[in-house]
Design a protein around this ligand. Structure first.
Ligand code: TIU
Length: 226
């Protein structure tokens, strides 16, 4: 077992039953011209997570941790997109509309894919999800159960939307979740701060929060064994 110095207290995990989840590091959210920016957001707020997440991925790969990436998006015919999600916002900026990186949030389009810096390595699972949470209408629950995973280390964007929804879904399903504060990002600094506080408040109501350096330090014995 390994222990991370976290809020609201130590987070103890077994690397053999822990998975790193990297949520929606897609061009549509992270790069100028994508869906996130069409919604009026400042994408530069998200880009600070790239460098620490690159370092985290290197450490997790060296420690042979299970790594799972997710992408939010929809089928080209939009049959998996509920009208309530599809009809939100300006028609030219909706899911499926043409954007500079292809149709917005449509699977197979350039903008839907993960940014080059954080591209999945061969063998790492990529889960396509139609919702904000990674469990809703995906195979993630079965995949984790099949691998005996008990703890999740959660990173990605955005903190208060897809990261929060996923952590809440995971917590209700019995997973212990550690959210890495410098590897999750929000377009809104005030949501970033509140989102992280909400996870660890009330004795860790949804999980634990720590910087990635604390988690990587806890992985060191696993690295030395390999
Ligand atoms: N808009 C926003 O903050 N987020 C999303 O739409 N999806 C994710 O968080 N991935």
């Amino acid at each position: 077992m390994a222990t991370v110095d976290a809020h609201p207290g130590p987070f103890t995990f077994d690397p053999a039953t822990t998975a790193l989840i990297v949520i929606d590091m897609q061009r549509d959210f992270m790069e100028p011209g994508g869906f996130g920016e069409t919604l009026g957001n400042d994408v530069s707020q998200l880009r600070r997570v790239i460098a620490p997440t690159e370092a985290l991925l290197r450490a997790c790969r060296a420690a042979s941790l299970t790594i799972i990436h997710t992408r939010e998006g929809h089928l080209p015919d939009l049959s998996d997109c509920p009208p309530a999600k599809l009809n939100r916002g300006e028609p030219s900026q909706r899911i499926g509309a043409p954007g500079p990186m292809g149709r917005i949030l449509i699977r197979g389009e350039h903008g839907h894919d993960i940014i080059d810096e954080l591209a999945p390595a061969p063998g790492e699972l990529v889960i396509d999800k139609p919702g904000k949470g990674a469990f809703y209408n995906t195979t993630l629950g079965e995949v984790l159960a099949g691998q005996g995973i008990r703890s999740l280390v959660v990173t990605g964007v955005t903190t208060e939307v897809c990261v929060h929804t996923t952590v809440r879904e995971a917590n209700d399903r019995g997973y212990e979740c550690l959210v890495l504060s410098d590897c999750v990002g929000s377009y809104f600094p005030e949501f970033q701060e509140a989102g992280l506080k909400m996870i660890a408040a009330q004795g860790g109501i949804f999980g634990w929060v720590a910087p990635s350096t604390a988690f990587i330090a806890a992985l060191q014995p696993s690295l030395q064994r390999t």
